[in-house]
Design a protein around this ligand. Structure first.
Ligand code: GLC
Length: 751
């Protein structure tokens, strides 16, 4: 077809701008079908090909090696998406090549890991989950989308919705913890935050539920390791947050590096075609995780890269991230009849549909506005949202003698710990677009309060040299030369504030640990300082649960401050000084010892729950079965009491439960009222308790509110080993309280 004819066709085809809000699915499908009808097979395959940024786009075009080849592919229209191209300038450059130099001018979709913020970092997702504040979490995602979109990004590889019970796994920082219900409602909040009401709004971006599926169950908490789980865990623990993301119309999925029960997720037809695209009727597209198609040769599941391409596309992986498998082999595989062009067409339609919904066909440069970029990146609105989210993510773990909040005047405070002055670590590990040293440190936050005298000493380095996204952190395991100065500072202070924990790059991808202790010499530093002054407040900066037994036994006040992002120091200071009363609750169990892991609240009773005098019951010889801090746990500067727990009605699988909560302390506070159920006898064993509802309630001193929960099938039922959802009659126990352990209990029966 002559170029002119094609351009005419394309112009007619794309030119009809319809106001995005009226764009119906049918209209888009018609456009997709029309476009597909004029695409060559290689152009279709091009849409399934995603490249990482491969040259300095503001410099000359690459003229040798792989980069030159990729550049040719880009010009030919054989690239559908790019990732890690950022900033309007760069995005515009690559988009121009794709749109203005290729035959059909199909725009790229530009992806990026906007995991908890783009340039401005909100708290790591595990910290955000600790807020249990779905509105705040949704807003945090909305702000991240706004900032990323202003920088030219149209697609984030988030939310990561992998449930995990294993704090050794570095990527627990990236998810919403151990519970499928909390993980599901947070998945919905984050998808809706990223995608907004209208995806073609240039300040919203397509979301991506990842990693499908089972990645958080890597054996021994070792990243990328084998995953072997039963149907009940898959259906009732792993799948729900992915389903929740689809209920919020998530546009894309990302599969996982791991094998699931012997089949790599990327080549897993059961997962991608049977469950996701057929049973769940997902109409978006699946992108492979980085290189995971090629990695099936390492798994021993594909004989070579051609075979990997064949397996992956036949199993329903629609886009190839950085394996170069599709762009180099799919054409021949179709000619050889090993891959059907109809399956190619299906994948391409899914990809094109999202690009239409993003408005990229109406205007490929919709996200490329440099003025808007300057106005929005790092704006006060976004920083304020990050601060709000950070304060709400903080969990008060201990406050003996109401040591907190700190007095605002007349105190000599010794601030100790390298992390207290660290302006990078609080940004977490997924901070690719953040500016270096851009976090407000705890030291800077505390310096905002002028009424006390504040001295700072490092005490000890947490690590040596530098840290980055790719290489191991070199932990300081020997240099204690700063201890004596720290002890002296502590001795001369009224209160000691210690900021200890993990460096930002000690959690995240590829960052599994076999220990959950404070890394390096920090435990020794803590004990040394405590000997000098027992009035210690420990502020944790960490990306995973830590087994801080000694601290729990000895330190009077402990605050879980995770990695809170750009506004860390301001959030920590406002909580420590009581300008914000902490309301966070743990989204993941803190074990007493790594040997207890995986340790989680929704465990099964087993046939030998014990305890018994004899040894023949489910236990360890050396540590009890209890956690250090249970799921859902978190204190406040006030106290709450629960009363009047009652079952109001049980009818047609709808149960009404109410409880009264009173603020019995002296300051206003927020409590997350949690409701757990146990289906006592069922055709598949059920956990001793499962979170089924929660509500955050704000109470003034002496104020009482009554909360009523209505439980329906979704809360009462479970998936059996055939994946069938069922609600069964019989006894249900109800547990209501401020965490998963300390609860009021009642029960009801379903007829
Ligand atoms: C990484 C991660 C995935 C991320 C992708 C792109 O390896 O597993 O979560 O979105 O590659 O950076």
């Amino acid at each position: 077809m002559k170029k002119l004819t094609i351009l005419l066709l394309v112009a007619i085809f794309y030119g009809c701008k319809t106001p995005s809000s009226q764009k119906s699915v049918d209209e888009i499908d018609k456009k997709v079908d029309s476009l597909l009808s004029i695409m060559t097979l290689q152009e279709k395959i091009g849409q399934m090909n995603q490249y990482n940024g491969f040259w300095n786009v503001t410099g000359p075009a690459p003229n040798e090696g792989d980069a030159a080849k990729k550049y040719e592919h880009l010009k030919n229209g054989w690239v559908g998406s790019m990732l890690n191209v950022r900033g309007v300038k760069e995005v515009k450059e690559v988009q121009k090549i794709a749109v203005e130099q290729s035959r059909l001018g199909i725009p790229l979709i530009i992806g990026f890991d906007v995991i908890h913020g783009y340039e401005t970092q909100s708290p790591i997702p595990l910290a955000e989950a600790a807020s249990w504040d779905l509105n705040a979490i949704k807003k945090s995602a909305k702000m991240a989308a706004k900032e990323a979109a202003a920088a030219g990004i149209n697609w984030t590889f988030a939310p990561m919705v992998d449930i995990s019970r294993d704090a050794r796994w570095g990527r627990v920082m990236e998810g919403a913890g151990e519970d499928p219900y909390l993980g599901s409602v947070i998945a919905k909040a984050r998808v809706e935050g990223f995608q907004g009401e209208d995806l073609s709004n240039p300040l919203t971006i397509a979301a991506c539920a990842k990693h499908f599926a089972g990645y958080g169950f890597a054996e021994a908490g070792k990243d990328y390791n084998t995953v072997d789980v039963g149907t009940s865990t898959l259906q009732n623990i792993i799948f729900p947050p992915f389903k929740a993301a689809i209920e919020s119309d998530v546009k894309t999925f990302m599969n996982a590096f791991n094998e699931l029960n012997g089949i790599p997720a990327t080549g897993n037809t059961y997962l991608q075609r049977k469950v996701l695209k057929s049973e769940w009727n997902f109409n978006g597209f699946v992108v492979s995780d980085w290189g995971s198609i090629m990695e099936m040769t390492y798994h021993g599941y594909a004989a070579n890269i051609q075979n990997a391409a064949e397996i992956a596309v036949n199993a329903g992986s629609d886009m190839d991230m950085e394996s170069y498998a599709y762009v180099n082999h799919l054409y021949d595989l179709v000619q050889e009849g090993k891959v059907l062009e109809t399956d190619i067409n299906d994948a391409v339609k899914r990809i094109l549909r999202v690009k239409f919904e993003l408005g990229l066909f109406d205007n490929p440069y919709l996200y490329c506005d440099e003025t808007r970029e300057k106005e929005i990146l790092g704006s006060k609105e976004i920083q304020d949202a990050a601060l709000d989210m950070a304060k709400k993510s903080i969990v008060l773990l201990k406050n003996e003698g109401n040591m907190l909040p700190l007095a605002k005047n007349g105190q000599k405070i010794a601030l100790i710990g390298a992390l207290a002055a660290d302006k990078n670590s609080p940004l977490g590990s997924w901070r690719i677009a953040a500016k270096d040293n851009s976090a407000v440190s705890v030291l800077e936050g505390m310096q905002q309060y002028k009424g006390n005298s504040l001295t700072y000493t490092k005490g000890a380095d947490v690590y040596n040299g530098d840290t980055n996204f790719i290489f191991e952190v070199n932990i300081n395991t020997s240099d204690t030369s700063g201890f004596s100065e720290a002890a002296t500072a502590a001795k001369n202070a009224d209160v000691v504030l210690m900021v200890l924990g993990e460096v930002g790059y000690q959690s995240g991808e590829g960052r599994s640990r076999t220990s959950l202790d404070l890394p390096g010499v920090q435990q020794k530093l803590l004990e040394t300082v405590y000997q000098a002054n027992k009035n210690v407040v420990l502020v944790l900066n960490n990306g995973r649960p830590l087994a801080i037994n000694w601290a729990q036994e000895n330190i009077p006040a402990i605050v879980e401050a995770w990695q809170l992002g750009s506004q860390t120091g301001n959030a920590v200071a406002q909580v420590l000084y009581g300008d914000y009363n902490p309301s966070g609750k743990l989204p993941m169990t803190f074990p007493k010892h790594v040997g207890q892991v995986p340790l989680y609240y929704n465990y099964k009773n087993t046939g030998r729950p014990g305890p018994k005098k004899e040894v023949f019951w489910a236990h360890y010889q050396d540590i009890d079965n209890e956690p250090l801090y249970p799921f859902g746990y978190g204190l406040s500067y006030t106290t709450f009491s629960y009363s009047n727990l009652k079952i109001n009605s049980v009818a047609n699988n709808k149960v009404s439960v109410s409880v009264s909560v009173t603020n019995t302390g002296k300051v206003a506070g927020k409590e997350v009222v949690q409701l757990y159920l146990q289906d006592v006898v069922a055709s598949v064993t059920r956990p001793v308790k499962e979170l089924k509802a929660f509500e955050m309630v704000s109470l003034k001193p002496n104020e009482t509110k009554t909360i009523t929960f209505t439980l329906t099938d979704k809360a009462l039922g479970f998936y059996d080993n055939n994946g069938v959802f069922k609600v069964e009659s019989g006894l249900f126990k109800v547990f209501v309280g401020g965490d998963s352990k300390n609860t009021m209990n009642t029960e009801f029966s379903l007829p």
